[in-house]
Design a protein around this ligand. Structure first.
Ligand code: SF4
Ligand code: SF4
Length: 363
């Protein structure tokens, strides 16, 4: 039987520096470049134990993403290897420029590489500036050759519009297909799209890439989610250094993976209490099914590109696993249970507010 995903674990790695300086970067926007590399308190083997299949209830999909470049902290390579050895599937978000890191990963056992996926963020203008365009495509080729899966994704922005045709040509030349597109956002207030154009114009300009990822993100962009969301239970947001587990990008802290690795990780679905203006990473959370009643494409369709009948960006194993919907491996709550969960959330959120007030008053 094909393996299905038990949970989606989105991991934050607190590296807040990068070898690139994209003007649309969320760190640049928040002026957070501080040369801070993640300092891991525990080694990869211990992290694996803290995130064992036993503890999590089965094979999970991990997404590893730093505040800056994910692969800058060397330890990440060993952590990825251990998570793969544990039987999990791992996605790494990277700018694809650190050659030595890809050389190391290429040495992984081929069975492990089948469960590894890269999101290569294609920062065209920066790659040209630092003369790393060839390295970027070479590293993609390197990972493809050893059997890892990948996607290539560009962040459309107004400064890139004059280079659109050039980029499309380059993709066809180097990848054999067009890359996917995400949607750039400003990390403030309503989390608006990062453009001076209207959203309609923005979509019109970039639709020529025919990206399923872009289309889906555009469809859910700006929509406040009011449904019962299972983030905090079927998915978790984990800081891999501190070990803190929060429900999602909003919500409350529910556990720490390092506190007692012999106990199950506590969970609490966020329910109807998502406070974000919209689910900007819904291409993962919603596609995996954190809101089970929503009809969404499966995640593989948002990441894959087919070159021909035999070649595509995802390995067979990865494609199958990415097709998972979390409701197939987790039980939905009854109405009564949902009410209880919502009450608990309100209580925790109030405690969080009071705690914040106390801290402020002491300053
Ligand atoms: S590569 Fe990523 S982390 Fe680095 S500056 Fe660009 S957007 Fe930011
Ligand atoms: S709706 Fe999206 S952003 Fe909100 S809690 Fe659920 S998964 Fe997270």
């Amino acid at each position: 039987m094909k393996e299905k995903m038990k949970k989606f674990i989105d991991c934050y790695i607190p590296t807040e520096t990068c070898n690139l300086r994209c003007h649309y970067c969320y760190i640049t926007q928040n002026k957070k470049f501080n040369n801070k590399l993640a300092q891991f308190k525990y080694d990869a083997k211990f992290i694996r134990k803290a995130l064992s299949k036993d503890r999590l209830g089965g094979a999970c999909m991990f997404n590893l993403c730093a505040g800056g470049e994910t692969l800058l902290a060397e330890e990440v390579i060993e952590i990825v290897k251990e998570l793969l050895k544990e039987g999990h599937y791992v996605m790494i978000v990277t700018n694809g420029t650190l050659n030595s890191r890809f050389d190391k990963i290429a040495q992984f056992d081929s069975e492990l590489l089948k469960h590894l996926f890269f999101k290569f963020s294609f920062h065209y203008l920066e790659l040209v500036r630092i003369k790393k365009l060839n390295d970027f495509f070479d590293n993609i080729e390197k990972m493809k050759k050893v059997g890892a899966s990948f996607t290539v994704e560009i962040t459309p922005n107004d400064e890139l519009i004059p280079y659109k045709d050039e980029i499309m040509k380059l993709c066809e030349e180097k990848l054999g297909v067009l890359c996917h597109l995400t949607i750039g956002r400003k990390n403030s207030g309503e989390i608006p799209v990062l453009t001076n154009k209207s959203f309609k114009e923005y979509k019109e300009i970039w639709k020529s890439f025919k990206s399923e990822l872009f289309d889906f993100k555009a469809k859910i962009f700006g929509q406040k989610r009011n449904e019962f969301c299972y983030a905090g239970d079927w998915s978790l947001y984990v800081n891999l250094v501190s070990g803190d587990v929060t429900q999602c990008y909003c919500g409350v802290k529910i556990d720490n993976i390092y506190r007692d690795i012999n106990k199950p990780i506590k969970t609490l679905a966020i329910g109807n209490n998502c406070t974000l203006a919209h689910c900007y990473n819904g291409h993962a959370f919603l596609a995996f099914g954190c809101i089970p009643e929503l009809d969404t494409p499966t995640y593989d369709t948002l990441r894959n590109r087919k070159l021909n009948e035999t070649e595509e960006w995802l390995s067979l194993d990865m494609k199958d696993f990415m097709k998972s919907k979390l409701k197939d491996t987790n039980e939905e709550y009854t109405l009564k249970e949902k009410k209880m969960i919502n009450k608990k959330n309100k209580l925790y959120q109030n405690i969080k507010k009071i705690a914040k007030k106390i801290v402020r008053s002491k300053r």
